[in-house]
Write a protein that binds this ligand. Structure first.
Ligand SMILES: [Zn+2]
Length: 364
């Protein structure tokens, strides 16, 4: 498994580099076909190609969908400063946790099931998307269509924390941009004539911050601001990008309406709001809880207490859970530092993660 993960990590695949992402797709297709799957590329002009592999097996059972992504947040060349290597039982490297170890787990769980039973006990669809780290715009519709045909969805995103909890709830995620148009003027000669877009923006940011309701799991973060040209010019333009997180699907409409109906404090400034809630929350529905109970039962046979966690980050599991398909997330590698220089997985966790996945493929 370590060798498979190393192969994948050493093919760098940043979301915004189509040739690089297509390279890892081209590497994975024949690898999964070697296990008896039928590979199919979903071509995209703007992003890398996504890869679907269908495995037959176990007559008359609905397929289970194994969902993952091979794009990473790391630019080409990151391997030079973040080489893929083992140190103290930890395998490091860009994307090793999020989520190239998850792809390797899919591969080896399917391989093991075939070796054990001679054939897969049920049909399995593997879907690996090219653009998860940038919002899944090219793959979302395919993910949802495949989920609708499946008995359940197992998402091989990293487990939660070093205790390796699976994820039974995720927050919904939105991204909004507020642009302010003011009136420029010379800050020295005509200070009274301008209407500062920066001043208006700062008042808007303060107003939007009041929408935070952490107790109800709703948060709004002004993460990026831009504006102005020179210190001696009253700014004509300024903008802010907001990250929005919600715990419940029913919170989406309210926060969307509040952001879209912001009113300018300075009547000479104009506001424009764009964006949306891209991923609805993955809520812990009865279907999600049932999958978790199955996973816990499989783990118990190994004297392993498999915990569950609710997390703030979104994944493609939000899409499949959002359309009502039972989904269990965080089935992938155990480690820390996703998207960070110290990203690693714990090597000794790999066998039981693969076993858990194989057990879930059989029993979902
Ligand atoms: Zn991920």
């Amino acid at each position: 498994m370590v060798e498979t993960i190393r192969e994948l990590v050493e093919i760098e695949s940043p979301s915004d580099n189509k040739p690089a992402v297509d390279r890892i797709a081209a590497f994975l297709a024949p690898k999964f076909e070697g296990l008896g799957g039928r590979a199919q590329f979903h071509r995209s002009n703007d992003f890398g190609d996504s890869l679907q592999i269908d495995f037959g097996g176990g007559a008359n059972r609905q397929p289970v969908l194994l969902l993952g992504h091979y794009d990473t947040v790391y630019p080409l060349g990151t391997l030079a400063s973040m080489p893929c290597e083992i140190e103290n039982g930890r395998l490091r490297g860009p994307g090793v946790l999020d989520m190239k170890s998850g792809i390797a787990l899919m591969f080896h769980a399917i391989e093991a099931l075939r070796a054990w039973h001679g054939a897969l006990p049920r049909p399995v669809t593997v879907f690996l998307v090219s653009d998860e780290e940038v919002g899944s715009h090219s793959s979302r519709a395919i993910t949802e269509a495949l989920a609708k045909e499946s008995a359940g969805v197992l998402v091989l995103e990293p487990a939660a924390g070093l205790r390796g909890a699976v994820k039974t709830a995720r927050k919904g995620v939105g991204e909004y941009r507020l642009r302010v148009k003011g009136v420029a003027a010379h800050a020295g000669l005509d200070p009274g004539k301008g209407h500062s877009a920066i001043l208006e923006l700062s008042r808007q940011i303060a107003a939007v911050s009041k929408l935070n309701n952490l107790r109800q799991g709703l948060s709004v973060n002004p993460g990026v601001i831009q504006g102005g040209t020179r210190t001696n010019v009253i700014a004509a333009e300024a903008s802010v990008g907001f990250d929005v997180r919600i715990k419940r699907a029913k919170q989406a409409a309210g926060i969307d309406r509040k952001l879209r109906s912001l009113k300018a404090f300075d009547k000479h400034c104009k506001l424009e709001v764009t964006g949306n809630i891209n991923r609805l929350p993955m809520e812990r529905t009865a279907g999600v809880a049932a999958l978790y109970n199955k996973a816990r039962e499989i783990a118990r046979q190994l004297n392993w207490k498999l915990a569950e966690a609710a997390v703030g980050g979104g994944s493609d599991g939000n899409f499949t859970a959002g359309i009502g398909i039972p989904t269990l997330d965080g089935m992938g590698g155990v480690g820390e530092g996703a998207h960070a220089v110290h990203e690693f997985i714990v090597v000794s966790e790999l066998p039981r993660r693969a076993l858990l996945l194989a057990g879930m493929i059989e029993s979902v």
